[in-house]
Design a protein around this ligand. Structure first.
Ligand code: AMP
Length: 307
């Protein structure tokens, strides 16, 4: 049994109202696998980097019990590079640069030892590659979670729709849910996306929390009002990684466990935004996570007696 994470392992350059970074390590698979590693210790990644990617960063993933046998290193090629600038509200951003580099011809090879995967996290990546991974698994995983973004809706909508048909849970942010569905109301957007294939849709609303939709049920999770938000990059991937990592740990997929998984995912995402890149996710303790979960419980708890 294992959790397979695919996505980008990349370099990012980020600008926020608080500062600017040179190239730092990011990528959807990096954030998602680190997020999941706090709940589950049989994580395997499939991704690709160039020979410019530091070996020490790969070792750091391994220290988090992340198996990197499926991480391809392409000699003479450059890693995926993304650069973004956040607006003053820190909720919206502009992509400044997307250099696909090694991603352009990425063939996701699944090592034999990965075929025991029961949980599959399709991190943000070309939908064609996401679909290839599903098809190359000899046994369909018990749970397939997929994350995506506007970039792929703009350039590969047909492939995206074909991949969405094959999955169980789609995590998507509010603006992207509106773009994908053509609906402004998030409830209508989620209902429409549910007709496209997934059984569950999670709409991430940044500093306003997340909504889970399944059949006619809805769950609303808060986001912690944080004093310091330094850099939201990777929060969505960290959320998704924490979400599926928690479900892999409890081993039963149902609506109630998903509600808890959303809170655990949100707690990890709340750490991620407190420092640039994935820095804060490198050295968290279980005690810090438990304390933050308590804050979520306090924040959302109220009692009303109806007469
Ligand atoms: P998030 O803030 O959760 O949307 O994720 C940000 C991460 O996604 C960054 O670390 C980027 O390296 C990565 N990223 C940005 N654009 C893409 C893309 N088109 N495909 C895959 N990963 C991307």
């Amino acid at each position: 049994m294992s959790l397979l994470v695919i996505g980008t392992v990349a370099f990012d350059a980020i600008e926020t109202p608080f500062g600017k970074t040179d190239k730092i390590v990011g990528g959807s698979a990096t954030f998602a696998s680190l997020g999941a590693s706090y709940f589950y210790d049989r994580i395997k990644i499939v991704a690709v980097v160039g020979d410019d990617f530091p070996q020490s960063e790969i070792q750091d993933l391994q220290k988090h019990n992340i198996n990197t046998e499926g991480l391809q290193i392409k000699q003479g090629e450059k890693s995926f590079f993304w650069s973004g600038r956040y607006h003053n509200d820190m909720n919206s951003r502009d992509t400044l640069v997307t250099e696909l580099n090694v991603l352009e011809a990425f063939d996701p090879i699944i090592p034999e030892a990965y075929q025991d995967c029961e949980y599959l996290m399709l991190g943000n990546l070309s939908p064609q590659v996401q679909q290839t991974v599903i098809k190359r698994l000899t046994k369909r995983p018990k749970l397939i979670v997929m994350d995506t973004m506007n970039f792929w809706m703009d350039i590969a909508l047909d492939e995206l729709l074909a991949t969405i048909k094959l999955i169980d849970v789609l995590t998507i942010n509010d603006a992207e849910a509106r773009q994908l569905s053509g609906e402004f109301s998030l409830v209508k957007a989620a209902r429409k996306i549910l007709t496209m294939g997934p059984k569950y849709v999670i709409i991430k609303k940044g500093e306003h929390g997340a909504l889970l939709f399944h059949e006619d049920k809805v769950f609303s999770a808060p986001a912690l009002p944080l004093t310091e938000v330094f850099d939201p990059t990777g929060a969505g991937d960290t959320f998704a990684g924490g979400f599926i990592g928690y479900l892999a740990k409890v081993g039963t997929v149902n609506f109630d466990n998903m509600k808890n998984a959303i809170i655990f995912g949100s707690a990890l995402a709340s750490f991620c935004v407190e420092k640039f890149g994935s820095e804060k996710l490198r050295n968290l303790t279980q005690q810090e996570i438990a304390t933050r979960i308590q804050e979520f419980i306090r924040l959302a708890k109220f009692e009303i007696e109806l007469s």
